[in-house]
Design a protein around this ligand. Structure first.
Ligand code: GUN
Length: 297
């Protein structure tokens, strides 16, 4: 038996279509500002996609590129200016930032009503308290993908492997919000294999290539692989490197009921959820009724 492939590209495209349709119903165009500091190649690719897809959804995109040597105070001033600008609805500061800049101080300058990444203390607090607010994008994408396979997550055993601020912790809270029974595992967890074997839904967000083996997966489980790891390609292939997830994909195909591929699984969902958050932020700030942008979420 081979697992169903959860096609993140198709589900993300559907969500982007919903977002674009929602934008057309709004009295004015929402605007998203994306701030990129430095020249990290992966971040450049992500930011270019965000800018392109924002425009494709019918929204205004403002791109701010700053040199890697930019002082922390200068970046904070730029974020504060965007926060105060009534024409801007969403602000995203691409991470990671250069080492000399404290991410927390930069995020503290970001108006929480424009926090489309869901990374400020205010957004994290609302998530923790179960209050409405802007939710982090990648974890939201994970929930949408899981629900595409299992619309009702109530009572499901979810294992989240990884406890990062960007993915693991918020993913655990979002699955909890769906009434799942959630366990968070991390580098100090004892017998990770057994813990994974108990999961109806396994969310892998550790950032270690193919760490989770096929026989760690419960037969019939849904596997959501958040990892994007670049590794040397096998010699017979022409490309020098290839992308793999945190799950040993070929092995997992034989045990899981459904699995997200890498690439083409969780990745495309992040930007689609960012676009949705931008519409939600614009509606909340400007007193508009938020249109439905369901796509399973
Ligand atoms: N870097 C990698 N993923 C993300 C993300 O979701 N948001 C931001 N701001 N930076 C990232």
């Amino acid at each position: 038996m081979s697992a169903r492939i959860i096609d993140g590209k198709v589900i993300a495209a559907r969500l982007r279509t919903d977002v674009a349709a929602a934008v057309r119903t709004l009295p004015a165009q929402p605007a998203l500002a994306v701030v990129l500091v430095g020249d990290d190649p992966a971040s450049q690719v992500y930011v270019a996609s965000k800018v392109k897809q924002t425009a494709e959804a019918g929204m205004r995109s403002v791109e701010i590129r700053l040199a890697a040597e930019t002082e922390e105070s200068e970046l904070i001033a730029r974020v504060a200016t965007l926060s105060a600008d009534p024409e801007i609805d969403g602000i995203l500061v691409q991470l990671p930032l250069p080492k000399h800049i404290d991410e927390a101080r930069v995020l503290a300058a970001l108006d929480p009503s424009k926090d489309v990444d869901g990374l400020t203390e205010a957004s994290a607090g609302k998530l923790m308290l179960g209050k409405p607010g802007l939710r982090p994008c990648t974890p939201t994408g994970c929930v949408i993908l899981a629900k595409s396979e299992r619309p009702d997550l109530a009572g499901a055993n979810v294992a989240v492997i990884g406890r990062s601020i960007l993915v693991g912790k918020p993913a655990a809270l979002l699955f909890l919000e769906q009434n799942a029974t959630v366990t968070i595992a991390h580098s100090k967890t004892r017998d990770l294999r057994m813990l994974c074997r108990g999961a109806d839904i396994l969310v892998a967000a550790v950032g270690r290539p193919e760490m989770i083996k096929g026989d760690w997966i419960r037969p019939g489980a849904i596997v959501i692989d958040v990892g994007i790891n670049r590794v040397p390609a096998p010699e017979k292939e022409t490309a020098k490197t290839k992308l793999v997830g945190d799950v040993a994909y070929a092995e997992a195909l034989t045990t899981a009921a459904a699995i997200t591929p890498v690439p083409g699984g969780v990745g495309p969902m992040t930007i689609a959820c960012l676009l949705r958050n931008t519409v939600l932020a614009a509606c909340a700030r400007r007193g508009w009724t938020a249109p439905d942008m369901l796509a399973g979420g």
